[in-house]
Design a binder for this molecule. Structure first.
Ligand code: T3D
Length: 264
């Protein structure tokens, strides 16, 4: 697979997708969306992949939509149809990340703005370098936080903070984002790569199905009452109790050794 706007590599069960337009702070173009779709399809198809790491090249993570690229949503002489852009590119991207067959880690190496911030939040675990920041840039250009922003923000940080972030469009430093519960962790910039590598290796050796079912159940809990949630947990436990990884996990515990999970 060869790409112009992203880089993609797989090693030891870890797939790495790097947004690679550093001179434009890795902002999204129609082509970049198409290349990401190809990669996410490969992640779903390749059973050897056990975790996806998403990051950006250069000093930024992603500055959202490339405001120069209107190829998806109308000629430059007419008002673009941003709804068409969302429908074609951003909605499928968020849903693909949320429904990926493997857990996802976002390594936020710099500013994450607009849809770039939302895409980071669509990943299961978000780890940011201390110099990184999250910017709901939308209100500055007359838009709303899309790509799931209006869904992720209030759920993670509560309505007051979500509203402030969206309406004021001020940069939220990574450390505060972690304190507020927007992301999992903020680490020193020099430690970002090693921290993410260690977690990716951990996930690559983990019982993948259990991690993904956990993600699904956590998300479902946002819209279900306890009784329905308990039924969903029962069904997942029934499924996982029959999985080879559960058998291996219990055997490893009994034999006082490290488990060798296959993801099955
Ligand atoms: O299709 C649709 O439109 C629907 C979907 C929309 C979703 C969205 O994401 S809308 C929001 C779009 N994003 C933004 O509004 C953010 C715009 N960027 C910024 O506000 C700032 O660049 C940052 C706060 C992210 C970073 O600031 P700073 O000072 O660190 O960097 P910079 O100098 O502004 O940017 C560096 C270069 O990247 C610069 O180019 P230059 O001057 O060196 O030639 C800048 O123009 C370019 N760049 C940054 N963001 C974008 C961009 N070019 C195109 N599109 C961008 N979004």
């Amino acid at each position: 697979m060869s790409f112009e706007t992203i880089a993609f590599a797989v090693d030891a069960g870890v797939a790495r997708l790097t947004l690679n337009r550093p001179d434009r702070l890795n902002s999204f173009t129609d082509q970049m969306h198409a290349e990401i779709r190809e990669v996410l399809a490969e992640v779903n198809a390749n059973a050897a992949i056990r975790v996806l790491v998403l990051t950006g090249a250069g000093r930024g993570f992603c500055a959202g939509q490339d405001l120069n690229d209107r190829s998806v949503s109308g000629e430059s002489t007419e008002a673009p149809d941003l709804g068409a852009s969302v429908e074609k590119n951003y909605k499928p991207l968020v849903l693909a990340l949320q429904n990926l067959r493997v857990p996802t880690i976002c390594a936020v190496n710099g500013v994450a703005a607009g849809a770039g911030a939302s895409v980071a939040l669509a990943c299961d675990v978000v780890i940011a370098g201390r110099s990184a920041s999250f910017l709901q840039a939308f209100s500055k250009i007359g838009l709303i936080p899309d790509t799931g922003g209006t869904w992720f923000l209030p759920q993670r940080v509560g309505m007051a903070r979500a509203m402030g972030l969206a309406l004021l469009a001020e940069k939220l430093p990574a450390e505060k984002a972690a304190d507020w519960g927007l992301i999992w962790q903020c680490v020193d910039d020099a430690d970002l790569a090693s921290t993410v590598d260690a977690l990716a290796a951990q996930f690559a050796a983990a019982p993948t199905r259990a991690l993904v079912r956990t993600r699904e159940l956590m998300r479902a809990s946002m819209s279900q009452d306890l009784s329905v949630q308990l039924d969903a947990e029962r069904d997942a436990m029934r499924e996982l109790g029959r999985s080879p990884d559960y058998k291996e996990g219990v055997a490893a515990f009994m034999e006082k050794r490290a488990p060798r999970f296959t993801g099955a």
